[in-house]
Ligand binder design. Sequence first.
Ligand SMILES: [Zn+2]
Length: 472
Amino acid sequence: MKIPFALDGKGRIVDIHDVPPSVEGTFRCAECKQLVTRKQGDARVWHFAHKAEASCTTAFETALHILAKQILVESDTLRAPALVCQLHEQPSGEDITLCVEHTLRWDVAGEAEVWVDGIRPDFRGVCQGETIFVEVTVTHEPDRPKLEALKRLQTPALEIDLSAVPRDVTASEVRRLVLDAAEGKCWLFYPREAEARARLEALRNRRDAAEYASLDEVYREERRLDAALNAARADAITDRLVKIEMANARFRSATSAQKLAFLVTKLGKPVTAWPAILGHDVRGGSAIKVSTRIWQADVFRRHILRRRARNPNQRITVEAVADWLIERYDIASSESTSVRVAVWDYFSALEQADYLRRCVRQEFEILWDVLGDETRVPSSDAKARASKTAPLGYCWARGDVDTSRFWSAVRKTGVHVAPSEATILLNTWQEPGRRMSNEAAYAQSVATTLRISVEKAVELLAAAGVFVRAVA
Ligand SMILES: [Zn+2]
């Protein structure tokens, strides 16, 4: 192992460069005290070497430590670093400077390794009557217990960290680092440092508290605004509910004739032209204290009329419509079950007449959102028969139906069609929306209207170009 330092005959650490080859002398390893030889050739860096391959691993650190203490003892000054306690990581006006970088001048020569309260600091000096300890760290694992013990002595204590110096360092560089440099040094203990840090901590806490308080104020303000906004929304909802309730109350207090007049306007058809589906007898209907015709027309107006045109995926539920009826007709909550049954039956009838199609449970899809002309509601048996005799293999044709083709189909199939019935059929076929309904159900309704069999109705529809054979 190459070491730049060794003990000379007087027990002092010397640098290999400070003992020229011409000077006689014996040198020993600072760690194992074995004789070492000087290697001062031209080819390699000068160094001391153990005679045999020794297992001496800390020779350099031991020599460096002894050299540092030797330098301290032989000097009467020492550069000391500043000690500033900072409020934050970044410097600020509140930082407390306990000392600036300065040079200590010893009153008397300092001493190495004197016992103090059970420990031996590396060096003790006295400056202006005040004792100062110095500890030199040469390995990357400093003697932590000793550093902690030094702090407890309540005397200014300085650590000089030489653990990073390279192995080919010279004695003069070590001297500079130990005596003249401020970097690599730090105060292990300094009087009033703890008080200064406590003061800064208290200041930090006060400021944090003030900041939290102001943040808290911001949050409280936000919560106040949220609450105000919610209250305003609630008011708007209440306003709307009041308006609905007023409209409902107006409707309730109107006479039957006035109610019918209102519905006629809304539905755009005189009562005499209303289809059979309005006024359909249902279970539970007696719970609603108006004529069946009025409440069913009212439900149709409010929940079905032109709803599909606005939103093809519109769904209505028995529940929602029953709730609406209960509110509009001011029905006692004890009657709510009857109202639900009444709505269910009404919707079922609307389904049989192809206005609605049940999707799941009590939810219905709107197939046809304008009033039709049907003169009677198909019975559920007829409906079932219709599905059984479904004109499988036929579907709605695209494009318009022309009148001459219709009449030729009538002649060809031999079906008797009155002119008024022909008008109804032709009008229906001009409305594209009708073609969304189920073909089987429609064929059934045509069969019912014309008093013919479903098979005959399908034959007529196909001949008239309303239905086409589906492509297999
Ligand atoms: Zn050795």
